[in-house]
Write a protein that binds this ligand. Sequence first.
Ligand code: F0G
Length: 536
Amino acid sequence: MKSQNELGVPIPVSKPLVVRTIKEVTKAQREYALEKTEYNMFSFPADLLFLDFLSDSGAGTMTDLQWATLFHGDESYGRNKGYYVLLDAVRDIFERGDHPKRVINLIISGETDTKKLMDELYLTSYEGGFVNGGVHQLSHPNTFIVPQGRCAEYLLFSTIAPILREKDPNKKYYIPNNGHFDTTEANIAANSIYPVNLFSTNLMDEFPFDQMDKRNPFKGNMDLNELEKLIQEKGADSIPLIYITITNNTAAGQPVSMNNIKKVQKIAKKYDLPLFFDACRFAENAIFIKEFEEGYQDHSIPSIVQEMFSYVDGFTISFKKGLANIGGGLFFKDRGIFHKKFSTKEDIGILLKEKQILTFGNDSYGGMSGRDIIALASSIYETVDLNSLRRRIFLVREFARKLAENAVPVILPAGGHAVYLNMDKFFEGIDMKIDDFGGIGFTIELLKHYGIRACELGPFAFEWDKKTPEQRKSILNLVRFAIPWNAYNTSHIDYAVAAITELYNNRKKIPKVKISRGAELRLRHFQTGLQPVYGD
Ligand code: F0G
């Protein structure tokens, strides 16, 4: 008799306690709604969908523990109790590895010992890490809570750009990344800095789907040769910082190996450059390292996360990609390279804090409600739970495997949070040019016929028609199916696979798409009107 672990399917790790009924919507109703919303995926009413793979951002199902913690939320304007809990949760997860303090338990358990609360939570002092505490957070701030990831990006780039310009108004600055997300890219470009993508050279290599449980080529890595080349060509003083996105969302959600992170850090150190993570999906990245990188099989997820973050000088993060529905932050090492480099006239932390207060609210809530802050703190612990991560990775992998078995061109191996179709291959041999936006045509048809929403991350989203031939080289032609945490199970995946396969088999009927309104808008995929053009 096989043991429970030998059955070849994962042991269930959760069960839903709240059920939301999906509405019955006809194809004709969806067609009408598509027309009314200018065929833009982001404008389509979510309540009329069967399945929504537009994003995993903020769309996850909260756990019973998070709901329970949410009731402890404190809406005080100054220093709500969740602020202290969140700051210490960040220390626990990103710095303390296998030795968390979990002071959150003082709140959840209803601790009434005032001295204990003062000594262990409210009046503790920290310095030297990513999260100064007490008076140190005031005299040299390094922690900035904001509503979501792009706010942290805005805060960072809009604050460093004037400092760079003051140093040399005519200099061109470049920020390399293993793959900038669109908001990161846009926030950098909006501050007249050049974002540069250094994708791994093996990204589009073939990979056999039956090997996905056995090995992983870490296609999310940064191209180290190109990084050295860029620094040499432009000069280290033209690179304000280096960014690594974990996992690499723009590069098909692929993970980054610890070895690659270490090597990038070595290069950053050599040139005295700050290294930052775009850390949205740090937990998914950690499980890939545990599963597939030599030497890490016996390491816990928290210890892997701790090691990953020991190599960087700071990070921006959207907490919405984990189990929380809202939240983000900017963190940098107390008096590290970043702090030294950008504290030319004034302390960079003080400048960032001023801007945080001006734009999002005072530093203890940063634009979030007290309920959200404490629910977020509790979610960070659950995001690194090994069993939840295993289930998450299994579902994404199963989605990719089933598509591959049906010969649908899916990027393999599957990444951490989403499945990506390779639209160049999808339309191979068919009259569909890159600027016919076939990926958009596919998403329109998928929504119209089957009530499923996906997201084009290709020539339309990354604005092919507005870019130079050089810039076009870093645009991949993908459609993404992102899987929100704990929202879907195998039955949802099976319906999606059947629908996608049917459309693939009828790909000649997929329309080309014209932009009918707003082609010139920045971040246009959220705003433009579209029009499918059907052939005969
Ligand atoms: N960085 C990465 C890698 C992201 O995937 C996202 C968001 C952000 C930054 C910005 O965070 O949305 O909280 O402001 N990605 C979502 C997605 C929207 O669907 O991939 P945000």
